[in-house]
Design a protein around this ligand. Structure first.
Ligand code: CTP
Length: 407
């Protein structure tokens, strides 16, 4: 469960109950398991916890005002739910529950909830008599019927001194409920996958680098497909213009050496897919100041970068069970790919022909999947030209089949 909410954005709505003090800890715990937490604080909530504490703990601006046009808060009631993966109301007071059940929207929190199109969880917190009141019970039943998940409330001594049911459940129970909501089931559930994607940039001086044309589209699509199949997915990517993939822990790097360090830190894992176009060479020395014209063209001494795929494939005893490489070839695709598969020691290799008008940056890809068996024989399976998303899906199906046959 350590990083189970990586890539997830939780919108936390804090309404006005004494349990709001626990929401501060809730922000910390959700962030500890990787979530980004954005908060809406009701006016009553702000009587119990200050916007400053909420902002400091979430490291995000706090949203309070339905009518604010400044500070990037305009139309926040629409944007906030659109930009989240889950909306969580903790504590949820009897008043806010009533407004939700009846579709009232007279402040930012209730307007966000009415405009919400994301899964919704509430952690009620109120006096026991209020909780058992038929009006509250009817409102909660209405919300449940609409698919709202209700966490708690718990029993025990309340701030008012009375005993009963109505306490907000402990923070750990809320974090567990949120984590369980995102725990994807699927054929690769329980498997941990590392994917590399994009190019690497090798600095020449503070403003220039050696790089290549990789867009990261194929690697990112593979990470998305594997995550959808339930795998805990870590994506190590070089500089790309793509958004992070939802549900995937993304680590951004620049150079090959940074990519290797991030990959080694992600071990152990069950599967590694090296789709990055790693720069083969870097400058032996990086100039500390900008290289200037006028003294003739600079001489570039290059040294070879570490081979990430080969390192992972030979990383005994932490070698992933299934190591998949890519081969970007401009000619003799099959022969070059076959010897690359054997040379690097990976299990499968996805080979494709590249050129300035092919593959890099495009949405389609025609690949051949080469597999090496225990006897070191290589078989080749050419796939039809298809979208990079479909290549990713098919590769994921092959991975699932591999683990089904040899669990
Ligand atoms: N790769 C890697 N680290 C490197 C170079 C390549 O992990 N330093 C990986 C790529 O991610 C890919 C595979 O190795 O999965 C093959 O990459 P490719 O660029 O096709 O091969 P090269 O290693 O550059 O070999 P060649 O120069 O013979 O094409």
């Amino acid at each position: 469960m350590t990083n189970s909410l990586h890539g997830r954005t939780i919108l936390l709505i804090i309404s006005g109950g004494i349990a709001a003090y626990k929401s501060l800890d809730l922000i910390r715990r959700l962030r500890e398991v990787g979530a980004r937490v954005r908060c809406v604080l009701t006016q009553a909530g702000a009587e119990f916890v200050t916007p400053l504490s909420v902002a400091a703990l979430s490291e995000e601006p706090v949203f309070t005002d339905l009518f604010a046009l400044s500070d990037g808060q305009a139309m926040a009631h629409i944007r906030l739910s659109r930009e989240s993966d889950l909306v969580l109301v903790a504590p949820a007071t009897a008043n806010l529950i009533g407004k939700m059940a009846h579709g009232l929207a007279d402040d930012l929190a209730s307007a966000v909830l009415l405009a919400n199109d994301k899964p919704l969880m509430i952690a009620p917190a109120m006096n026991g008599a209020m909780w058992s009141h038929p009006a509250v019970q009817a409102n909660v039943a209405t919300l449940r019927q609409r698919g709202v998940a209700v966490i708690g409330p718990g029993k025990g001594l309340m701030a008012c001194g009375e005993e009963g049911e109505g306490r907000m459940v402990e923070v750990a129970a809320i974090v567990e409920a949120v984590t369980a909501h995102f725990a994807v089931s699927g054929p690769l559930a329980g498997k941990r996958v590392l994917v590399t994607s994009g190019p690497t940039y090798e600095p020449l001086d503070p403003v220039r680098f050696l790089g290549n044309r990789s867009s990261g589209k194929q690697g990112h699509a593979i990470a998305a497909a594997l995550a959808l199949s339930g795998a805990e997915t870590i994506l190590v990517t070089g500089p790309v213009a793509l958004p992070d993939v939802s549900g995937v822990r993304t680590i951004h790097v620049e150079s090959a050496r940074e990519m290797l360090a991030a990959c080694e830190a992600a071990l152990p894992c069950d599967i590694a897919v090296c789709a990055a176009a790693v720069a083969d060479w870097r400058a032996a020395d990086t100039a500390s100041g900008k290289l200037k014209k006028g003294t003739g063209a600079p001489r570039l001494d290059l040294v070879e970068n570490p081979d990430i795929l080969a390192t992972l494939a030979q990383s005994c005893p932490r070698r992933p069970r299934l190591v998949i490489g890519f081969a970007a070839e401009t000619e003799s695709v099959h022969d070059n790919a076959k010897s690359k598969l054997q040379r690097k020691g990976c299990d499968w290799l996805v080979a494709n022909q590249v050129g300035t008008d092919k593959v890099f940056g495009k949405d389609d890809n025609q690949v051949t999947l080469l597999r090496r068996n225990a006897q070191d024989e290589v078989t080749a399976d050419p796939w039809p030209s298809q979208s990079k998303t479909d290549v990713a899906r098919r590769l994921t199906e092959e991975v699932v089949a591999f683990f089904n046959h040899s669990p």
